[in-house]
Ligand binder design. Structure first.
Ligand code: ATP
Length: 300
């Protein structure tokens, strides 16, 4: 069963197309991570799903409702992690949480939520005086207060310290075990790998790749190289007689099954050309490498 169905979604701002024919589905109980470079259209897509922005074309169904026409019904059932602008800068933490709790028939316990997100000692603090990470945690608490079936988390751990980030992941995992559906955006690949059941990589408002983290990172036995400085991948390819693809700064992939001979030939070429390799690795890519390859190719 699908919690979200997006078909050929488009969003134009004047002559600029921010979302360009995006189609995807999110199953009930699933955590779906939208990954993409800055400006890829992730926030625009999420805000259309939340009913906060109108779409230009295409169809969208969220929990069976059209967010364009059933925003109020939808808001009773979803949790939205508002970015800073959505909150009252002069209000106290506990007041804001109580206010949002009052919008729901069966809200979670406010004190319990404050404890969950680690804000108990800041309950009387004025919102604008909170640190960036504390604001994020309050925003998460507000998203959860109405016991939502579906939660939108737009860069939920941006600005958090490593401890707060891990605490947030544990909160998200607890929601997952309760069966809550989640749509997440993040620039932290570790976060997507840990939390997402499926990942969609977007750029320029289009879906470029989709799958479970394992599917996306399943690699052959290609050879992955990193060096201290950029090197001539074309010359290396000619020397070893195999295709070599440059990947970001001073990194490359040798696109054949890595044999001992290939590895020896790469090492010999590097030695002869004073290329200092810092990594020679056979095997699957991490999600970050997959992301760089897919989004990077699209920008090339
Ligand atoms: P980031 O990772 O930086 O948060 P994103 O993937 O969330 O990026 P969006 O915020 O959806 O990207 O923006 C997509 C594109 O649409 C960007 O080029 C942005 O400048 C543009 N855009 C967003 N909102 C508007 C607006 N109200 N008017 C005009 N252009 C906009």
């Amino acid at each position: 069963m699908s919690a979200i169905v997006i078909e050929q979604l488009e969003k134009r701002y004047g002559g600029f197309t921010a979302v360009d024919g995006l189609s995807l589905e999110v199953e009930v109980g699933e955590t779906y991570a939208l990954l993409g470079p800055n400006g890829a259209g992730k926030t625009t897509t999420i805000e259309i799903l939340e009913g906060l922005r109108p779409r230009s074309a295409g169809s969208v169904s969220v929990l069976g409702l059209d967010p364009g026409t059933h925003k109020e019904d939808l808001h009773r059932r979803i949790g939205v992690m508002l970015q800073e602008g959505g909150l009252y800068p002069g209000a106290r933490v506990v007041e804001m949480l109580e206010l949002f709790a009052s919008f729901h028939a069966e809200p979670r316990d406010v004190d319990g939520l404050l404890a969950l997100v680690g804000l108990t000692e800041h309950r009387r603090a004025i919102y604008r005086k909170l640190s960036g990470g504390q604001k994020q945690r309050l925003s998460l608490a507000i998203a959860l207060v109405g016991r939502p079936e579906l939660v939108f988390l737009d860069e939920p751990t941006a600005g958090m310290d490593p401890v707060a980030r891990r605490t947030t992941w544990e909160i998200i995992e607890a929601l997952q075990s309760e069966g809550v559906t989640m749509v997440l955006t993040t620039h932290y690949m570790e976060e997507a790998e840990r939390l997402a059941d499926r990942v969609g990589i977007v750029n320029r408002g289009r879906l470029l790749a989709e799958g479970t983290p394992d599917e996306l990172t399943a690699g052959g036995g290609e050879l992955r190289l990193k060096a201290t400085a950029p090197f001539d991948t074309r010359a290396l390819g000619t020397h070893i007689g195999a295709p070599v693809r440059a990947l970001g700064h001073a990194a490359a992939i040798v696109d054949v099954e890595a044999s001992p001979e290939i590895i020896a030939a790469v090492a010999a070429w590097a030695a002869a050309h004073a290329v200092h390799l810092t990594e020679v690795r056979v095997g699957a890519a991490g999600l970050e490498e997959v992301f760089l390859e897919i989004a990077g190719d699209d920008d090339a």
